[in-house]
Design a protein around this ligand. Sequence first.
Ligand SMILES: C[S@@+](CC[C@H](N)C(=O)[O-])C[C@H]1O[C@@H](n2cnc3c(N)ncnc32)[C@H](O)[C@@H]1O
Length: 189
Amino acid sequence: MSRADREKWDARYAGADEGMAAAPSLFLARVADLLPRSGRALDVAGGAGRNALWLASRGLEVTIADVSQVGLDLAASRAARAGLALRTVCVDLDDEPLPAGPWDLVVDTLYLSRPLLPVIAAALRPGGVLVFLQPTVTNLERHDKPPRGFLLETGELASLVPPDLEPIVLEESWSEDGHHEARLVARRR
Ligand SMILES: C[S@@+](CC[C@H](N)C(=O)[O-])C[C@H]1O[C@@H](n2cnc3c(N)ncnc32)[C@H](O)[C@@H]1O
C-alpha cells in the first residue's frame, strides 16, 4: 500500500469519534450461531474495531490487524472503555504477513484482497471458521462508493473460496441496510 493510502485511512479515523459504527456487521451478527465462542479470533483490516469488540464481548481472544495505527488506537480505547481485552497489530497486508495463527475464527468485512483468501485459509485451525463480506459491482446501482476496484464481480466469490475451505453460507444479495454484498461463512476442512 502506498504511504498516501495509509495516510488516507489515518485521516479518516482521526476525524472519527469513539461512537462511530459501534455495532458489528449485520451479517456477522446474523451468523453468530455458526461462530466459535472461545479460542483465537483475527479481525482482518478491522479498522476501529466494531467487529473485534463484538467478538471479544462473546468470549474470544481477539487480535485486530490494520494498516492504520489511528484506527487501531481507536479500537484499543473503545475496548479499554468496555473492559475488553484486544490485541492490536499494525500491518500492511499488501506487503507483510498475516499475524501468525492458527486461528479459530477469521473475520474480513469490507477489505478486499483476493490473494489473501488462501493465506487466511491456511492460517485457520482445522474446523476454524472464516467470515467474509464484500460489496459486489451491483452495489454501484445505488452507491458511488466503494469504487469498482474494491468490488467483487457478480458470482465471483464462489470462485475465490480456497479448496481447503468448505462453504456453509455463500450468498449474494442486497443487505437489510441497502448494500449489495457477497457473503461467505466457511469452515477449514
Ligand atoms: C472499509 S474499512 C473496513 C473496516 C472494518 N473491516 C469494518 O468492516 O468496519 C477498510 C479497512 O482496511 C484497512 N486497510 C486498507 N488497506 C490495508 C492494508 N493494505 N493492510 C491492512 N489494512 C488495510 C483500512 O485501514 C480500513 O480500516
